[in-house]
Design a protein around this ligand. Structure first.
Ligand SMILES: *[C@@H]1O[C@H](CO)[C@@H](O)[C@H](O)[C@H]1NC(C)=O
Ligand SMILES: *[C@@H]1O[C@H](CO)[C@@H](O)[C@H](O)[C@H]1NC(C)=O
Ligand SMILES: *[C@@H]1O[C@H](CO)[C@@H](O)[C@H](O)[C@H]1NC(C)=O
Ligand SMILES: *[C@@H]1O[C@H](CO)[C@@H](O)[C@H](O)[C@H]1NC(C)=O
Ligand SMILES: *[C@@H]1O[C@H](CO)[C@@H](O)[C@H](O)[C@H]1NC(C)=O
Length: 543
């Protein structure tokens, strides 16, 4: 087994574990480095360094100066630096890889969730109810209990209902999101506050789940979540700042040094949240020395003109920590919530083809304008039909606006129709996939799509690579945990939770390909490959 040491970790170890500098600075050193004018701040030796750069895949040593890689190669090529480096670190054979890039997270949302009721992994109704009860025990009457991470598939599939928790929550409104963020459960008090009753109509792009009598059960899907979300008091600036710090530490502990943040934006949420987080949280953290990981921020598509102006004014790189990424939009919901948009109906709900969340005309218009302005576009698409709709749209936009290095992204790309993989390749669209979703999705996909459809089109990682598609891996945290090593293993082995063998073993990929999808390929997917993603000359040390 190998261990990952990001360049950041290497640097910290060096600072923490080095003896007085004079030991490394014998008197004769001074004239020497004055005459050469080059002295490394850090020289790392005796490692197994995986560079992620094809021109030199492995090296044993690396020199760093002014926060960037000065040289990388074998020790023999560093000998002129040896003895003059300010710090030296002997890795004793340990493996070094570029800092991992998580290509899809909701950073502040995840950090907030860390402080709420955590229903991740709950596998029985009684546990669900007990966790809520426990959390209520120290809450003031009237305040909202928030939480999430539940997955009904873990207790056999039955959807939770307000009636599960109404008895224990007479004084507090409750809102608990499903792990995928596309569905949430409100208790009756929350439904009342939101004014949801028998007569509430489904909003476009969403649904209020009802029982046989037409009464709302408490479950709200996609844009219907807005009905409740708009009633929940906004979290304070302090809470959001703490959430960023918690989330950054969490990511760093897993070897993630850069994240692509899709913000607190999903169908039904306000498009303002991402902008407020930029000004109240990220800029604050940056100016107060609290940024610990690099972030590349995506904003709601509707606000493209605002991002265009900001980039014109300030550039893409607001600081060494904050990059402005591009625009995000949605084509559909999720499989777990039966709202992924499909060509054929869900086998367990024969009338249901999923939800088309976007108005395609409006989305096309915004994509044309923002692409013309040079912004990068990422669209969420999970179902086979949603993926094709977005590829169709990308094709139209590209032919209208002409050739450029635009790196269109589809986020998730989970279920693809025959022929769609080839379209990703031809159109050079990046597939931003979260391998760990397949751990929980396999059973659900088989149940909802049927064995044949699930088997032929789900998480086609190997096929995408063979079709020359750029893969960018991530977690979608807090949907699943940030865990690049686990996720790399999932991409290699594809063994779902509770299974003993691989799901679609022909789609397993190699360690090398999985590692690249978390590093250099992920960096290209957000236009950061000149700063992070590989260990090459000129790349940032804390990358
Ligand atoms: C570094 O050393 C390894 C192992 O001795 C060798 O395979 C590799 O080609 C060397 N690389 C360079 C750039 O000299
Ligand atoms: C390099 O690391 C190995 C352990 O993997 C150790 O045995 C060896 O002595 C080290 N070499 C040097 C030059 O420090
Ligand atoms: C909703 O419908 C149910 C069943 O028809 C009925 O019992 C209930 O009183 C209705 N609730 C409201 C608020 O109208
Ligand atoms: C898209 O743009 C066209 C042409 O400018 C316009 O006619 C149409 O109304 C727009 N559609 C939407 C939904 O904004
Ligand atoms: C890979 O290394 C080569 C040679 O040092 C360099 O020219 C190239 O820019 C590097 N690639 C990246 C992505 O940094």
């Amino acid at each position: 087994m190998w261990i990952a040491v990001s360049a950041t970790v290497v640097a910290l170890v060096a600072i923490a574990s080095f003896s007085p500098l004079d030991k490394f600075f014998p008197n004769f050193a001074l004239p020497h480095f004055f005459s050469h004018g080059v002295v490394a701040d850090l020289l790392v030796t005796n490692g197994t360094i995986y560079t992620g750069n094809d021109t030199l895949p492995f090296a044993d040593s690396m020199a760093i100066r002014n926060g960037r890689i000065l040289r990388i190669g074998n020790y023999s090529s560093m000998q002129d630096l040896a003895g003059f480096a300010i710090k030296t670190l002997n890795l004793e054979g340990k493996v070094v890889v570029p800092g991992f890039i998580d290509s899809h997270v909701h950073l502040i949302f995840g950090g907030l969730q860390m402080a709420q009721v955590q229903l991740r992994g709950v596998d029985r109704r009684e546990h669900f109810v007990n966790k809520v009860k426990e959390a209520l025990s120290n809450m003031r009457h009237g305040s909202w209990l928030l939480g999430g991470g539940w997955n009904n598939d873990l207790w056999g599939g039955e959807m939770p209902m307000a009636s599960w928790i109404d008895d224990i929550s007479p004084y507090n409104p409750i809102w608990l999101t499903r792990m995928d963020g596309h569905m949430g459960l409100a208790n009756s008090m929350a439904l009342t506050i939101a004014g949801i009753s028998n007569s509430t109509e489904d909003p476009g792009g969403g649904a209020v789940m009802r029982n046989g009598n037409g009464e709302p059960t408490g479950l709200l899907i996609d844009s219907a979540m807005k009905l409740v979300l708009s009633c929940i008091p906004e979290v304070s600036i302090e809470e959001r700042r703490e959430a960023l710090l918690r989330a950054s530490n969490h990511a760093l502990m897993r070897g993630v040094t850069t994240v692509v943040d899709f913000g607190r934006y999903f169908p039904g949420a306000s498009t303002e949240l991402s902008w407020e987080d930029l000004s109240d949280v990220y800029r604050w953290a940056d100016s107060s020395g609290n940024m610990k990981i690099r972030v590349c921020l995506f904003f709601p598509m509707e606000t493209w003109a605002r991002l265009y102006e900001l980039i014109n004014e300030a550039g893409r790189k607001l600081s060494q920590w904050i990059y402005l990424g591009g625009m995000k939009s949605f084509a559909d919901g999720s499989l777990g919530s039966s709202s992924a948009l499909l060509y054929e109906p869900y086998v367990d709900e024969v009338q249901n083809y999923g939800l088309q969340v976007a108005d395609m005309d409006g989305l096309y218009n915004m994509t044309v304008s923002s692409d013309k302005s040079g912004l990068q576009i990422a669209v969420h698409a999970i179902g086979d039909r949603a993926n094709d709709l977005i590829l169709d749209m990308f094709k139209l936009v590209a032919s209208k606006n002409g050739i450029r290095d635009r790196r269109f992204r589809i986020e998730h790309a989970q279920h693809l129709a025959p022929g769609t993989v080839a379209r990703f390749g031809e159109q050079e669209v990046i597939a931003s996939v979260q391998p760990d979703h397949l751990l929980y999705d396999a059973d659900s996909a088989i149940k909802k799509l049927g064995m044949e459809r699930a088997q032929r089109g789900s998480y086609l990682l190997k096929s995408l690579l063979s079709g020359n598609v750029q893969l960018a891996f991530g977690s979608d945290w807090p949907v699943v945990d940030i865990n690049p090593l686990g996720s790399i293993r999932t991409a290699m082995k594809r063994v779902p939770t509770g299974w003993e063998k691989a799901w679609i073993s022909s789609e397993c990929i190699s360690l090398n390909d999985a590692l690249n999808a978390y590093t250099i390929s992920a960096a290209r997917a957000c236009f950061l490959d000149e700063d992070v993603g590989s260990l090459s000359v000129g790349i940032l040390q804390q990358a």
